[in-house]
Design a protein around this ligand. Structure first.
Ligand SMILES: CC(C)(COP(=O)(O)OP(=O)(O)OC[C@H]1O[C@@H](n2cnc3c(N)ncnc32)[C@H](O)[C@@H]1OP(=O)(O)O)[C@@H](O)C(=O)NCCC(=O)NCCS
Length: 157
C-alpha cells in the first residue's frame, strides 16, 4: 500500500470519528476503505485496525453499530523485541463481515477473520473471536450465541 493512500485512509478515519452524524461518518469510513451497505448506522467511536487493504471490513445493509466499537482485521506487533521471531507470534489477519441487519452493542471488540451472520445481536462489552450464526443473540468474552431470534423464545425472562 502506498504511503499516500495510507495517509488518506488515516485522515479519513480521523475526520469520521470527529464528525457529528452518521451520514458524514459513513462517507469518511467509505473513503478509508470500509465497505458499507444501505441504511447502515455507524455510531461514534468506531476504531478499525487493519492492514490497509480495501474492504477488509464489510458492513452489510441495515447494520447498526453502537458507540465505541473496535474492529481488528490484522493483529500483529509491528515492533516486536528482537529476541522474538515473527513466526512464533499469534499473528492473525482476515476480513470482518457484519451480516445484514445485525446490531452490535456498545464496547464490542471483533477480532480478525470473523463473520457475524445475518440479523444477529451482539451484547455490550463482548469479544467476538469466532463466527456467529445468523439470527443469534450472542454475548460474553468470548461471545457465544445464547438464543436464536427465530426460535420463538426471544422475550427476556
Ligand atoms: C445482549 C442483550 C441484547 C440481551 O438482552 P436480553 O435478551 O434482554 O437479556 P437479559 O437482559 O434478559 O439478560 C439475560 C442474562 O444475560 C446477561 N447479559 C445480558 N447482556 C449481557 C452482556 N452484554 N454481557 C454479559 N451478560 C449479559 C444478564 O445479566 C442476564 O444474566 P442472568 O440470566 O444471569 O440474570 C443486551 O443485554 C445488550 O447487551 N444490549 C446491548 C446494549 C447496547 O449496547 N446498546 C447500545 C445502544 S445503540
Amino acid at each position: 500500500m502506498g504511503k499516500i493512500y495510507h495517509l488518506i485512509k488515516e485522515v479519513a478515519r480521523l475526520i469520521a470519528n470527529h464528525s457529528i452524524g452518521n451520514g458524514i461518518r459513513k462517507i469518511f469510513f467509505k473513503i478509508s476503505g470500509v465497505k458499507i451497505g444501505k441504511k447502515v448506522f455507524v455510531n461514534q467511536g468506531l476504531v478499525i485496525v487493519d492492514n490497509g487493504k480495501k474492504h477488509m471490513v464489510i458492513l452489510e445493509d441495515y447494520v447498526t453499530l453502537a458507540p465505541r466499537i473496535t474492529i481488528i482485521t490484522r493483529s500483529s506487533p509491528y515492533n516486536i523485541h528482537p529476541s522474538l521471531r515473527k513466526e512464533d507470534l499469534p499473528i492473525k489477519e482476515g476480513k470482518v463481515i457484519i451480516g445484514e441487519g445485525s446490531w452490535i452493542g456498545t464496547n464490542v471488540t471483533i477480532l480478525p477473520n470473523v463473520k457475524i451472520g445475518k440479523c444477529c445481536i451482539i451484547g455490550a462489552n463482548s469479544l467476538v473471536t469466532k463466527d456467529i450464526p445468523d439470527y443469534s443473540i450472542a454475548f460474553g468474552i468470548p461471545a457465544k450465541p445464547i438464543r436464536n431470534l427465530k426460535d420463538g423464545n426471544n422475550k427476556p425472562k
